[in-house]
Design a protein around this ligand. Structure first.
Ligand code: NAI
Ligand code: 15L
Length: 264
């Protein structure tokens, strides 16, 4: 991995699963990192400054992101949740983050979008990033908002961004659906590195998925970033509990959740 940063990289969602994986790699590469989260990460590395910050708080987010040259925006709610919490953490939070990037003159934002932007497509369909959004949840809807926000900030303010529609990023696939959606940690790190460093991305959206034998998505657009996956779920096929019929819709379990029923 060659994270060639001479300036400072901001990482939101630093204490989360992917933030933890990414910051460990940034620390190994000696990148100066400005980390934000609601909660303190279990470890703060050398070359890293941690700021506790609620992204729903515009002023605090603006202040916390001062001095960063680019950003990987991972922070927010990462699953289905009532609309009120999605609104503050993901929708307002992403707006504050992009606005801070603009005001502080950052050169690029890498945005952790999600496959749930298109989770309502049938499992039988192959989906490309340029096809219409079909979110499967308020969560997926907030990620669709984030992608459009990124497009607006590119068109209107020239702030470059890459939206990564991450599949299922875990150490190993955990269920049969993930045989199709899995993104290994190693491929995640390589994808983020390319998203930060590929030239002239404008506003680009790609699916983040490993080289699995079958997948729902056209992963080729990620080639424009110079990314080709190294890992595959093939070795895990036949080893997972409950292997059986695949979900009818790509979003799997997110389809079943009625988030309106979650609201207090
Ligand atoms: P995570 O839930 O482990 O981490 C998210 C972090 O954001 C948490 O540490 C949380 O404290 C922080 N956060 C939540 N609300 C916040 C707020 N208002 N202000 C500041 N920080 C806040 O999620 P994970 O797995 O690390 O995912 C990172 C990003 O990637 C998320 O945006 C998620 O939606 C996206 N993603 C992840 C996938 C995966 O397979 N892990 C798949 C698709 C998308
Ligand atoms: C996501 O967007 C979630 O953040 C993650 O926890 C997984 O559920 C993943 O999608 C998935 O679709 O498997």
């Amino acid at each position: 991995m060659s994270f060639e940063f001479h300036a400072r990289l901001a990482v939101t969602g630093a204490a989360g699963a992917l933030g933890t994986v990414l910051r460990a790699e940034l620390a190994r590469a000696g990148v100066r990192t400005l980390s934000l989260d609601l909660r303190e990460p279990s470890r703060v590395h050398e070359n890293e400054t941690f700021v506790r910050c609620d992204l729903a708080d515009a002023e605090a987010t603006m202040r916390a992101l001062q001095g960063a040259d680019a950003m990987v925006h991972l922070g927010g709610i990462s699953t289905t949740a009532p609309f009120g919490s999605i609104l503050s953490a993901n929708i307002c939070g992403s707006f504050h983050v992009f606005e801070a990037a603009r005001r502080h003159g950052m050169r690029r934002v890498v945005y952790a979008s999600s496959n749930h932007v298109t989770g309502y497509y049938p499992s039988s369909e192959r989906v490309r990033p340029d096809m219409p959004h079909r979110p499967d949840s308020f969560y997926g809807l907030s990620k669709a908002f984030g992608e459009d926000l990124a497009q607006l900030y590119w068109d209107k303010y020239g702030l470059e961004s890459v939206g990564l529609r991450i599949g299922s990023c875990y150490e190993r696939p955990r269920d049969p659906r993930m045989l199709k959606t899995w993104l290994s940690h190693r491929d995640f790190l390589r994808l983020v590195e390319r998203a930060l460093q590929a030239p002239n991305v404008g506003h680009t959206v790609v699916y983040g998925v490993s080289d699995n034998p079958h997948t729902y998505w056209d992963a080729d657009p990620a080639n424009v970033l110079g990314f080709t996956p190294l890992d595959s779920s093939a070795a895990c096929s036949g080893t997972l509990p409950g292997e059986g019929p695949e979900p009818e819709r790509q979003g799997g379990g997110f389809i079943e959740v009625d988030e309106t029923a979650l609201d207090p």
